[in-house]
Design a protein around this ligand. Structure first.
Ligand SMILES: [Zn+2]
Length: 495
């Protein structure tokens, strides 16, 4: 059996039709119809480096070792992750052909992959140039910035989507050479800045009537090509003249950027369609376990967070997770599941074909197989531990009904936005208040105290594990590609 895992960076559940969201992802919806949709799936953390590491190791950030992202990753974290087993390494050792495609994160993420995307390409240098030049050029004249943007898109063979042909073609070439394979595809379409097809945005704009004013009417005032990471400021969206749309409440610019986000979700969905079609035409789909998920969600204005994944609110912490094993599987599951469950699931299902007992892969997750097969064997969780990366402002727990969040050092100020998104302790009843607008920490002190204890117990349990799982001997770890990776993350607007 083969395995294809597709990560759509920063994809929200409410932009996946199968989750009752906006109908912008027909391929994912179809996949969900023949697989299992996990209604209450969560990432471990709000940033890609540690979240993707949770996916590949089946562990929480504090037990795989990497809590931070990008340039914030410390030497101690690098040493810790070098000593942690990963899924691609385990599968490569079993003789699988392993290939990663899409956005390369390099460094430790590269371990275990026979094929890994090239980092030092003209593509990325151009992307960096575009990013650094665009704000300057938009300042001089928006048309110049737009021209640069379009030239970049033309030169890199894309019309807005994120290197769609490249990813599908690379995956297809890999399939033609592979026998049994494990493939990880990482799509960045729904991460800012959105490079999306203008026609698609225009179409989705129709559905975002803002105060009875069709957005398409204002699109000319606010060229879609000009919404870049620079337009998406902590206070909302600014136009090419640096005017903020505060007069319009969250602003028509924000709604326009939301339409771009939707278009980006469709573009990622089209890439997934290409991947599945490549499997189907080779008659491999029925021999492949397909997983589609996000590394974390995205806040599109909720809690005063614009087009970023700060905080541990549902918009960011909750992720879509669809697992389609070959053959029949349950329609959906409402259990609390985690990104850490994917690696043990893959190993459990693969080993089921010869010897299940071989699944000696030490994780914090649980195999989802009983839920997929609608059988006994799943142990329901009391809670999931959530953490915030880099900033490390908040930690929290999500239980069946509640979410409790606590500022690590008592200061709730967001390090990026320089203002708090909530109080230093927060309590939400997700059953009655799924949008987390009503903080009940003062009203329900007993519930808050109970969850404060639950969080403390969870942290100390995993802290103890973290100390024993660090297999490092204190040696320094240097990655050849580190500088390039960090440059590239910077060019994408990561900090
Ligand atoms: Zn923030």
């Amino acid at each position: 059996m083969n395995v294809l895992v597709v990560v759509v960076d920063a994809l929200r559940t409410d932009r996946v039709g199968a989750y009752g969201g906006r109908p912008v992802t027909p391929t994912i919806d179809e996949l969900a119809a023949s697989g299992t949709r996990f209604e209450r799936a969560y990432s471990t953390i709000n940033a890609t480096d540690p979240a993707l590491t949770s996916l590949q190791t089946g562990r929480l950030p504090r037990t795989h070792g990497v809590v931070n992202h990008g340039s914030h990753v410390t030497d101690a974290e690098k040493r810790a992750i070098e000593g942690t087993p990963t899924l691609p390494v385990a599968l490569e050792e079993r003789g699988y052909d392993t290939g990663a495609f899409g956005r390369p994160l390099g460094r430790w993420h590269r371990r275990g992959f026979d094929r890994y995307p090239e980092l030092s390409s003209a593509h990325w240098r151009l992307k960096s140039l575009e990013k650094s030049a665009s704000s300057l050029l938009y300042g001089i004249h928006p048309a110049i910035g737009d021209t640069i943007s379009r030239t970049y898109n033309a030169l890199t063979g894309r019309t807005g989507s994120d290197d769609e042909d490249g990813v599908v073609k690379q995956f297809t070439d890999f399939l033609d050479d592979a026998e049994e394979f494990y493939s990880l595809v990482h799509l960045m379409d729904t991460h800012t800045p959105y490079d999306v097809d203008d026609d698609l945005v225009e179409r989705y704009l129709e559905e975002y009537d803002y105060e009875n004013r069709p957005l398409s009417e204002v699109a000319s005032e606010f060229p879609t090509g000009s919404i870049t990471a620079n337009s998406l400021t902590p206070g909302g969206v600014v136009n090419q003249d640096n005017e903020r749309w505060e007069d319009h409440d969250v602003g028509v610019g924000t709604a326009l950027a939301r339409a771009q986000y939707d278009a980006a979700a469709t573009e990622a969905d089209r890439t997934i369609d290409g991947l599945l079609e490549a499997l189907e035409t080779r008659e491999l789909l029925e021999e492949t376990l397909v997983v589609v998920l996000a590394d974390h969600g995205e806040s599109l204005g909720e809690h005063d967070i614009y087009f970023e994944h700060h905080g541990l609110y549902e918009s960011t912490a909750r992720i879509p997770l669809i697992v389609r094993p070959p053959g029949e599987s349950a329609e959906q599951s409402d259990e609390l599941v985690s990104i850490t469950d994917v690696a043990p699931t893959v190993l459990d299902i693969l080993d089921g074909h010869d010897n299940r007992e071989e699944s000696a892969f030490d994780t914090d997750g649980q195999s989802l197989r009983p839920l997929l097969e609608d059988e006994a064997g799943w142990e329901s969780r009391d809670s999931l531990l959530l953490e915030e990366a880099n900033t490390q402002r908040f930690r929290g727990v999500r239980t069946d009904r509640w979410k409790y969040l606590e500022a690590v050092d008592g200061d709730p100020t967001c390090r990026y936005c320089e203002r708090p998104h909530g109080a230093s302790e927060q309590l939400y009843d997700l059953e009655g208040d799924p949008e987390e607008t009503d903080d009940l920490v003062d009203e329900r002190p007993q519930k808050a105290a109970e969850l404060r204890d639950e969080l403390a117990a969870s942290l100390s349990a995993h802290e103890a594990r973290s100390e024993t799982s660090d297999g490092s001997d204190g040696k320094g770890v240097e990655y050849d590609d580190e500088e390039e990776v960090l440059d590239r993350l910077e060019s994408l607007g990561y900090r």
